[in-house]
Write a protein that binds this ligand. Structure first.
Ligand SMILES: C[S@@+](CC[C@H](N)C(=O)[O-])C[C@H]1O[C@@H](n2cnc3c(N)ncnc32)[C@H](O)[C@@H]1O
Length: 308
């Protein structure tokens, strides 16, 4: 499905975004407006029933699609990773921006559809599709040299893998920018501040490397079929000096949050050569001591644990 003549007004209630003009793929072979009914028709034509296990809730709102691409400021020189292109809705808009897209899709039927529809002359050489599991290829097969030179990620993620996938992505080389559709609850955990119930290991790993730019709640009627949960479009911009936690430190932090009501002094006993005493002393800079609970300790303090 190639998008054209997208409606300017959002079908989703409550969203008042200033939108760029729609962009088109000039050589489209199968022109179709993006609406719930055209999406249903396409699924019928493909004989495809959305799979709950693969989180197949397809975007049916052109404004959200355009907004995702414009939030990531995608342009012709960009290399963009997309996880789960599905019917190719977001992919088409990414390609229309002139970017090179590296996508990974697990569903064989959808992958075949994408190969048929998106290897259009307009996108020739700019669409690289891997059929497989994003947990095995979190960057969709983007070559390491290209990843090091710079890339972005724009995706409507399968919600079931969002956190382990995010953990995998938070290793070097990091994307410059990520715009991700997520379950609202997951987004709230990623954005959580210390001292809140949602603050956890993933909040620390993510916020050490990325600044959180303004995002948006997305209503369930922007998808077909409608998901049971609320969604959020998360906008993440890599920090000028991003911090990446080494795996052993991540394990230690995760272990601390598994007993989040315990005091940090007790949690680190036997886990570090000096039982973490020197690091705990350094928590004084944040007016904390051995009695602090993991959820109260700020991201900057956790970063110094790497040196302990
Ligand atoms: C929420 S849908 C998004 C589809 C499309 N991008 C859209 O916005 O309409 C998630 C997509 O991810 C695919 N998917 C699910 N698990 C996956 C995995 N482990 N690796 C790669 N793709 C996966 C699904 O088949 C589906 O196409």
């Amino acid at each position: 499905m190639i998008l054209q003549k997208m409606p300017r007004s959002s079908r989703c209630t409550g969203l008042q975004w200033k939108l760029p003009a729609p962009r088109y793929l000039p050589e489209s072979r199968n022109v179709m407006a993006l609406t719930p009914s055209t999406t249903r028709d396409l699924l019928t034509r493909l004989g495809h029933h959305p799979k709950r296990a693969l989180g197949q809730n397809f975007l049916v709102d052109a404004n959200i699609v355009r907004k995702s691409v414009s939030m990531a400021e995608v342009g012709p020189s960009d290399h963009v990773v997309e996880v789960g292109p599905g019917l190719g809705t977001l992919t088409s808009e990414l390609l229309a921006s002139g970017a090179k897209v590296w996508a990974i899709e697990r569903d064989a039927r959808l992958a075949a559809h994408l190969r048929d529809e998106l290897v259009a002359p307009a996108a020739a050489g700019r669409f690289d599709l891997l059929e497989g599991d994003a947990m095995e290829h979190p960057r969709a097969g983007l070559p390491v040299e290209q990843a090091e030179a710079g890339f972005k990620i724009v995706a409507n993620l399968p919600y079931a893998i969002s956190t382990p996938w995010m953990e995998a992505v938070l290793h070097a080389p990091l994307p410059q920018h990520m715009v991700l559709m997520l379950q609202l609850e997951a987004a709230q955990r990623y954005m959580a501040k210390p001292g809140t119930k949602q603050f956890g290991a993933i909040s620390i790993f993510l916020q050490a490397a990325f600044d959180i730019a303004p995002g948006h709640k997305v209503p369930t009627n922007c998808f077909h079929p409608r998901p049971d949960v609320e969604s959020y479009l998360l906008n993440l911009v890599r920090k000028p000096t991003p911090f990446i936690f080494a795996d052993p430190v991540r394990q230690l932090i995760r272990a601390c949050f598994q007993q989040r009501r315990k005091q940090i002094g007790a949690l680190l006993r036997g886990k570090l050569p000096d039982d973490g005493k020197a690091w705990i002393e350094s928590l004084g800079a944040w007016s904390m001591d051995a009695r602090a609970r993991p959820e109260a300790i700020p991201v900057a303090a956790w970063q110094t644990l790497a040196a302990a």
